[in-house]
Every structure is written in structure tokens, then in C-alpha cells.
Design a protein around this ligand. Structure first.
Ligand code: C2E
Ligand code: CA
Ligand code: CA
Ligand code: CA
Length: 287
């Protein structure tokens, strides 16, 4: 869906929105239309994954990439995951979408491995509803068994809202997932309301400082205090800390002085179509 993304944004801005337009139909009708369209779109090339590099703050090298869904509708143009993911989560379609994105990531990473590209950690977002599925652990085990990934690793990004479920079940699931070699990152950290005591009990590898604290980290004392506390606490618990939404050199430098380990954001790169992250970031080993 990469090339079409360009033409869709070029033509999509003006008149193309016809009967899905917010002005012509109530919001609920738009949502219903979106859900139906999304259901149909899943196994077509309207939907694809883009990948955003994650950079080691000290070496400046790529060490990971986050997969992010993109949906280019032939009439409606680009529809943000910020719009369709919460919708899918409400309607239950999310489980199907989630399985699609996990399988797609695994196929792509296997391909990268076969092509001898630089091994990195590839992150997949897991919604709360996906995480709550009884068959999540079995689904991951089966899906992993079908692919060979070499030294590539898969990381699951979960948010604090998973802690709202049954804590014992969450602890067990996270342990099972890590036992199969998956890594786990706590996404949007600081925006939720889970108890800090969970951090010790959950089996995690990484904390992701939310963009909302990164935006003004170098100017707002409160934001820098939060970033600093997250980094120190993460390190004290043996976790890596990554900052998301880094757009400027100032933010990067400031996060470096705070001891942050990894950086993701437009400063280095926007999320890229698969072919482009390969060309620009995943050069062959030994060449
Ligand atoms: P997220 O997991 O917090 O992803 C980070 C969002 O910030 C992405 O938005 C990314 O494109 C954007 N971003 C990254 N760096 C910068 C930056 O420097 N500046 C700015 N302004 N934005 C930046 P995106 O791709 O629109 O995704 C929105 C949300 O949709 C994600 O938030 C995630 O919660 C969800 N999502 C996306 N793909 C998937 C998926 O495959 N599965 C699930 N379950 N959720 C997904
Ligand atoms: Ca994420
Ligand atoms: Ca995030
Ligand atoms: Ca965020």
C-alpha cells in the first residue's frame, strides 16, 4: 500500500470523501461504515505495515523497528490507526486485525532473515483486547513455530491498561510469552494508571516513555522530572528505556544526559514502507 499512499494523499484531500464525510452522516454511521470497510480491507493490499527505526542512543545504530499499521482506502484515502484501531477494539474486529499484523510481521522478519539483513528487534503492538484473548499464548507459539527468524527478535508492545485485567493471569501470560523468546515493552509509559508494584511482577524488557513527556522534556521541569524518574526506575529494575516521538536534536541530547538507552521518532525517521526500511536501514551484514 506504499505507492498508493502517495497518490491517495494527493487526491484524497479534496472531494473524495462523499458519503463517508463527517458532514453528511452522523459519526456513528461513519464508524459503522469504517468497520465494514476495514473488515473487507484486511486481506487486500489496502492494509500494510510500516516500520519505524529504533536507534541506540550511544552508537547511533539501528537496533529495532516498530511495526505500525497503515490503511489506504480507495475512496477515503489514508485512515489513521489512531482512528481505526480504537474502533476495531470496540467492535471486536481487533482480534482478527491483531492476528493479521502478527502474522505479517513474522513473515516479513523471516524474509529479512533469509536475505541476510542486519538482525534487529521488531516490535508489534498488542491491544488490551488482544492481550486478553485466552488463546494468545497458543497463537504466538503456533505462529512462531511456522517461521525461522535467526537472530531477529520479536517484541510485544503492551500498554498499562492490560494491568486492569486479572493481575495473576497477566503475570503468567507475560512469563509464558518471554519463555518463548519474545521480548515485552510497556508502551506509552506514564500515561496509564497501573500500580508501580506491577512493574516488579510483570516480566518486561523495556519501558517506552510516552511522547507527551518527550515533547517538552528539555523545557518543562515537570516533564524532565518524569522522564528522569522513568529512566532511573527502569534501570533499577534492569529494564531498557526507550523514548518515543523524538523530533529534535535538543530532545535527543537531553534524553542522553538523562541516561535514556534508545530513541524512536521523526528526528531519525518516520515509519517507512517495508522496502524503504530495508534499503535505508537494514544493510546486509558482511557487505
Ligand atoms: P503508538 O504505539 O503509541 O505508536 C506511536 C505513534 O507515534 C505512531 O502513530 C507513530 O507513527 C507516531 N510517531 C512516531 N514518531 C513520531 C514523532 O516523532 N512525532 C510524531 N508526531 N509522531 C510520531 P500511528 O502509526 O498513527 O499509530 C497510532 C497508534 O495506533 C499506535 O500508537 C498504536 O497504539 C496503534 N497501532 C498502530 N499499528 C498497530 C497494530 O498493528 N496493532 C495494534 N494493536 N495497534 C496498532
Ligand atoms: Ca507502540
Ligand atoms: Ca507508544
Ligand atoms: Ca504514545
Amino acid at each position: 500500500c506504499a505507492e498508493k499512499a502517495l497518490s491517495a494523499t494527493k487526491t484524497g484531500g479534496g472531494g473524495g470523501f462523499t458519503f463517508f464525510s463527517k458532514q453528511l452522516v452522523p459519526a456513528s454511521a461513519r464508524l459503522l461504515a469504517l468497520e465494514n470497510e476495514l473488515r473487507k480491507a484486511l486481506n487486500t493490499d489496502q492494509v500494510c505495515l510500516h516500520y519505524q527505526p529504533q536507534i541506540d542512543i550511544h552508537s547511533g545504530e539501528i537496533i529495532g523497528a516498530e511495526s505500525l499499521m497503515r490503511w489506504i482506502h480507495p475512496e477515503m484515502g489514508f485512515i489513521s490507526p489512531g482512528e481505526f484501531i480504537p474502533l476495531a477494539e470496540e467492535t471486536g474486529l481487533m482480534v482478527q486485525i491483531g492476528k493479521w499484523s502478527i502474522r505479517s510481521v513474522l513473515r516479513t522478519v523471516q524474509d529479512w532473515h533469509r536475505r541476510g539483513l542486519t538482525p534487529i528487534v521488531v516490535a508489534v503492538n498488542l491491544s488490551a483486547r488482544q492481550f486478553a484473548q485466552d488463546d494468545l499464548v497458543a497463537f504466538m507459539a503456533e505462529s512462531l513455530a511456522e517461521v525461522a527468524l535467526g537472530d531477529f527478535r520479536i517484541e510485544l508492545e503492551i500498554t498499562e491498561s492490560i494491568a486492569m485485567g486479572d493481575v495473576e493471569t497477566t503475570v503468567r501470560k507475560l512469563a509464558d510469552l518471554r519463555a518463548m523468546g519474545l521480548m515485552v515493552a510497556l508502551d506509552d509509559f506514564g500515561t496509564g494508571y497501573s500500580s508501580l508494584s506491577y512493574l516488579k511482577r510483570f516480566h518486561l524488557d523495556k519501558l517506552k516513555i510516552d511522547k507527551s513527556f518527550v515533547d517538552h522534556v528539555a523545557e518543562e521541569p515537570e516533564d524532565s522530572a518524569i522522564a528522569k524518574a522513568v529512566i532511573e526506575m527502569g534501570h533499577a529494575l534492569g529494564l531498557k528505556v526507550i523514548a518515543e516521538g523524538v523530533e529534535t536534536q535538543t530532545q535527543l541530547d537531553y534524553l542522553k544526559t538523562l541516561g535514556c538507552d534508545e530513541i524512536q521518532g521523526y528526528y531519525f525517521s518516520k515509519p517507512l514502507p517495508e522496502a524503504e526500511i530495508v534499503d535505508k536501514w537494514l544493510a546486509r551484514v558482511n557487505s
